[in-house]
Design a protein around this ligand. Structure first.
Ligand SMILES: Nc1ncnc2c1ncn2[C@@H]1O[C@H](COP(=O)(O)OP(=O)(O)OP(=O)(O)O)[C@@H](O)[C@H]1O
Length: 239
């Protein structure tokens, strides 16, 4: 079943067309990897899916429903959770409080359920030892984990991950990938923008490559990574 469908989605900032007629479908349970050079329009595409930005043209359908005009909190409550490239926790609040807040306001859970969710997500993301620490004092890995945990606390059916492995060391990225594999195994549909290609390839069922706001390639990961045009644009390798 198709969980998310984009139909000819476009977005410009002034004269700059950042998303240019993207059409894309994501099946329930699938992990779609998104690749593209810096400034290709990947984060903007996430913003159009999550509602952080409005489309100029085209349609966003989620779970069989047109969500193009819904606001970000409405899309979140419908099951679209996301992490941001730059972690955005409430720095003065504890890790636990951040998760309860996400569960209450993003996931519309009553206080008791939100507490249970926060405990569960702490365990899933390895954050239990840091539950009572202020979020602002966490290491980069733990801030990334919290970013993931906050999205999970909203109980998403579709999870958008924006460069969640960026800036991590190899062993840290491996820890994060193991966590993402467990989330995938629970049936959560994921779209993951990532420049750490080997991490992405360890999870993605399919790749979608964007260049100048347009689809450059799409398909099975190995085939896409061997595509001469992808190698030229993304890796700078001439055939
Ligand atoms: N709100 C905005 N106003 C003006 N320009 C914007 C805005 N958001 C993004 N842009 C521009 O749109 C282009 C695409 O940005 P976007 O962040 O979507 O790219 P990206 O593919 O995610 O890049 P990166 O890999 O560096 O994160 C860039 O040139 C960026 O400067």
């Amino acid at each position: 079943m198709t969980l998310l469908a984009l139909h000819g989605v476009s977005k410009s900032f002034g004269a700059l067309k950042v998303t240019d007629g993207i059409t894309l479908a994501v099946t329930e349970g699938e992990t779609l990897g998104i690749l593209g050079p810096n400034g290709a329009g990947k984060t903007t595409l996430f913003n159009l899916i999550s509602g952080d930005a409005r489309v100029d043209a085209g349609r966003v359908e989620y779970a069989g429903r047109d969500v193009t005009r819904l606001r970000p909190h409405q899309r979140c409550r419908a099951g679209i959770g996301r992490s941001y490239q730059v972690p955005q926790p409430f720095g003065h609040m504890s890790v636990f409080e951040n998760l309860v807040t996400a569960a209450c306001f993003g996931g519309q859970q009553a206080e008791r359920e939100a507490w249970e969710t926060a405990h569960e997500v702490l365990g899933q993301t390895g954050l239990t030892p840091h539950a009572n620490k202020p979020a602002g004092g966490l290491t980069l890995l733990d801030r990334k984990r919290l970013e993931l945990a906050r999205a999970l606390a909203t109980k998403p059916r579709l999870l958008l991950l924006d460069e969640i492995a960026g800036g991590l060391t190899e062993p840290e990225a491996a820890v994060l990938v193991a966590e993402l594999k467990r989330i995938k195994a629970r049936g959560v549909t994921m779209i993951w923008i990532e420049h750490v290609v080997h991490a992405l390839l360890s999870l993605a069922d399919r790749l979608f490559v964007i260049n100048f706001g347009q689809q450059l390639a799409e398909g099975a990961p190995r085939a896409v990574m061997n595509d001469p045009e992808v190698r030229r644009v993304y890796m700078g390798i001439e055939a």
